[in-house]
Design a protein. Structure first.
Length: 341
């Protein structure tokens, strides 16, 4: 390809991404019918292998992100937690909250390899930090974080954080940022030193849940259940911008190609925020999704957004302990929504 044509293609791609980010006209275009019984939680894409890993009850459903078909399954993963991927090691990891373990499986065959015992209760989120080749199990009710060697499974450390851990963000260079939901803070973790090196208060915002990062600008996006979407400086913790979002947030994601940050909310909305530059941000869309679709994943190649959901029966009577109860999930209705710009 000639140099001039290469420049023309690059310019066209840049204009195309700019158009996507400027319009941000996301809408539901498909629904992948998965079926089965039981709830769900987090999902994780592998942009290279084109697979999407979706936690579902006691297993992980594997979907082809191009054909939008179910292509595999990772068994024996009880607890509906998160999934982490280590392509350089051909390994995947599951947070098995029902048995306080981390499951290990082969990415090429999806076959289980081992289970590692966490040092805290209810592993819910799990991350693979590539610079150190370590796995971090965020133990939500255990109020701590277990650090494993990703190759051997040896426990290297337990970080006591005295907070309910939520989702994390990685900068790819050895730093991890995690929200503590009941403390309304974000903690900065040095993965090599295996210690918390900073704490960023979020007040007056409360109940942070979804957390994600743009490593290039070092901006952290934190979605809170106080109906606010925050932008933080990763190095100082300063809140740079605040935007309103819907209720019941449980995830935030970032698409580096379009510079769009997303916050998915259980009330059936998806907030879309554009990073104009490192210091300027714009709320460009509030997408209507489905009530209950609270977690999500973004494919950086196609810019699709994937959101699991299901149908539920009528709720039982309210009690003082559960003032807003939810009805039972209707078996066979589990699906993954596909949104495109």
């Amino acid at each position: 390809m000639s140099h001039s044509r290469l420049l023309s293609c690059a310019a066209a791609l840049s204009l195309g991404l700019a158009a996507i980010s400027a319009q941000a006209d996301y809408h539901i275009v498909n629904k992948i019918q998965v079926g089965g019984a039981g709830g769900w939680d987090y999902l994780e894409p592998d942009p290279v292998s084109r697979r999407l890993y979706v936690s579902h009850d006691k297993h992980v459903v594997v979907i082809d992100m191009d054909t939008l078909k179910v292509v595999g399954d990772v068994p024996d993963s009880p607890g509906m937690g998160g999934v982490a991927l280590a392509p350089d090691l051909n390994r995947g990891f599951t947070a098995n909250g029902d048995e306080d373990t981390v499951g290990v499986f082969a990415l090429d065959t999806l076959q289980p390899i081992a289970k590692w015992k966490a040092t805290g209760r209810r592993p819910n989120q799990i991350g693979y930090e590539p610079a150190t080749q370590r796995v971090f199990s965020f133990n939500s009710t255990g109020r701590n974080i277990t650090v494993f060697d990703a190759k051997s499974g040896a426990v290297l450390a337990t970080l006591e954080v005295d907070g309910r851990t939520e989702f994390y963000a990685l900068d790819g260079k050895g730093m991890i940022y995690d929200s503590l939901q009941d403390k309304a803070t974000v903690i900065a973790i040095d993965a090599k030193a295996m210690k918390v090196v900073a704490t960023y208060p979020l007040a007056p915002h409360t109940q942070p849940a979804g957390t994600v990062m743009d490593p290039k600008t070092r901006r952290i996006f934190v979605a809170c259940r106080s109906k606010s979407f925050l932008v933080l400086d990763a190095d100082s913790g300063k809140i740079l911008a605040t935007f309103p979002i819907g209720a019941g947030n449980d995830a935030a994601k970032f698409d580096p190609g379009t510079k769009l940050a997303f916050a998915s909310n259980g009330d059936g909305t998806l907030a879309v925020l554009h990073e104009d530059d490192g210091d300027k941000f714009s709320l460009v869309q509030n997408v209507k999704t489905e009530v209950g679709a609270r977690t999500m994943a973004v494919d950086p190649k196609t810019h699709r957004v994937f959101m699991p959901n299901a149908d539920f029966g009528p709720p039982p009577p309210a009690t003082p302990e559960k003032p807003n109860p939810r009805g039972a999930m209707i078996p066979g209705t589990f699906r993954v929504l596909v949104l495109e710009p």
